[in-house]
Design a protein around this ligand. Sequence first.
Ligand code: PRX
Length: 655
Amino acid sequence: MTNENFIKLSRIYEQSEKMRISLQGKKLDKMKSQALENPEQFWAEQAKSLSWFKHWDKVLDSSHPPFYKWFVGGVLNASVNCLDRHIDSDFKNKVAIIWEGENKESRSFTYSQLYGSVNKLANALKNLGVTKGDRVTIYLPMVPELPIAMLACARIGAVHTVVFSGFSGQALSDRVNDSNSKVVITADGGFRRGKLIELKKVVDDAIPFSPSVEHVVVLKRASNNIKMSPKCVWWHDIIEDALPYCAPENVESTHPLYILYTSGTTGKPKGVVHSTGGYLTYLYATAKWVFDFTTKDIFFCTADIGWVTGHSYIVYAPLMHGATQIMYEGAPDYPRPDRYWDIVEKHGATILYTTPTALRMYLKFGDSIPNSFELSSLRLLGTVGEPINPEVWMWYFKTIGKENCPIVDTWWQTETGGVMISSCSGIEMVPMKPGSGTFSLPGIDAVVVDENGKPTAADKKGYLAIRKPWPGMLMTLWKDDEKYQDTYWRKFVNNVYFTGDYALCDTDGYLWLLGRSDDVLKIAGHRLGTAELESAFVSHPAIAEAAVTSRPDEKKGESIIAFLVLRTEFVSESGQQLRNELVSHIKETVGSIATPGEIYFVGKLPKTRSGKIMRRLLKSISSGSSTIGDVSTLEDARSIEEVRQVYDDLHRAVG
Ligand code: PRX
């Protein structure tokens, strides 16, 4: 179903006494107008919720837009905000992280235990020569040592750059090299669907091409056989002699807390840089507004920490709030399609924050599985990462939430740091519309605009843009200020942030997010760039040219379709065997999340004179459109006849 269709299908969910929904949204409106009238005062108020060694001199320095600086002169430390502030309170022995293994093994860490582990590792990293500002790549499976490693870096002012453990060698070494990491923290192996993932082996293959790496710290997780080279040290060895307390580094508010690589429209992943003070302020405030965190909450965010949702809503926001966090190691359907429900029941989760992809999978298995679990501990449901269709929304609301739990459909991005559009259960719920994110959060000036940056009329599709800076925003792209400006700030005039998403605002002012307008794909909620995938295909000796697009997919939201031009000497081999080989090649170079759904060998790709692939055309072919559409509007296109020929060729290939 198209996004437009599901908007028609949707309806305002009836007010329910139990959910205390207010039609007016008065409290929310008041907060929003205060924030827009005096943003600096508003954000300064929010920043006061953090622990600062020194308060800021200036809330916002906008002297060099779009290089906005928040809380300039302020000094703090992220690990102090997540740990030390609780250690000195009643929370000392409160459980911070409940970890659930794929094999149902469980471990838990109190705030005090977490504090102890973070301090030791921080000292161990210092002993390895890591100092403030150094980059540390973390390539670990979903085990508690992953947040421990992140917080240990933050404690000593090192900049962590977590690489999703599902990524393969090439993706890892690109990120290690771009960030010039001094240390890589990994594990011997991890588990996924009961299978051993040999992470250390991937690191071994990647590191010879990474001269900046001085040490590889290895966590013993799977006890598989590995090779320890002279650069390698065991995690358990380096913490043995490390002192139990590490004084937190005083870092400026604008000191980078982390770099997280994400896909964009070029072949090279972008290193999104987040600050310390602005990012944490934004996360603290928005987590309260959206999830209404209380210290009693047991929060279950099902994301992997390799992506931004895990950074913000497994590590930093819940820990700053002193919540108890559930962290799950594995797949939602392994060994059976009931793992999330089992975990909710076992640990009494109060908030579940997950993805439409996972929900679509569970829905397929029917109601009896979730109905066989006790889910009454839940008070709030959340969704993130891709548009949710109203049928899935209704199923989530009725079958999982038993019509007692509001749903927060949270729109945001790696670049935004935290949630930007959502209902705010911690301020006041407005009537929900299945499939709509509702409104932007206080302080977020979101608008839907046309190609020229002018606000669109109600119900008219346009681009989502943000007109004011916000504290959680990225500071820049690592080592690429120019690309930062180009990608986000030059589409429209006057320093308006371009999100890359299509959206519309309906007549009630509700925002509907309608997917990416650029060359970014969302496969099972994971962000992948078409250009990145194309260069991975072309790195195979048989491939001369590649064009990647997607088609809507019931399970994964979108599925990858590749049109490939073979090198002449391989044309005779265009069979299933080569297809299989290419699938393995993509899994090895990018990771299994990038497994193509369909591969077509074609004679030519539709391109403009300047060599740009005509993506709109590919999209219309992959989604089964039988008409070529209006090619005359394709800027700088070759002659329509030539495009038509390529189109027919592609169409024949798809069949
Ligand atoms: O297209 C939007 C989609 O995910 C993109 C951001 O991806 P990433 O940086 O990987 O961060 C994902 C987790 C925050 C956005 O540009 N997206 C995210 N949340 C939603 C969404 N699309 C529709 N509805 C959402 N709730």
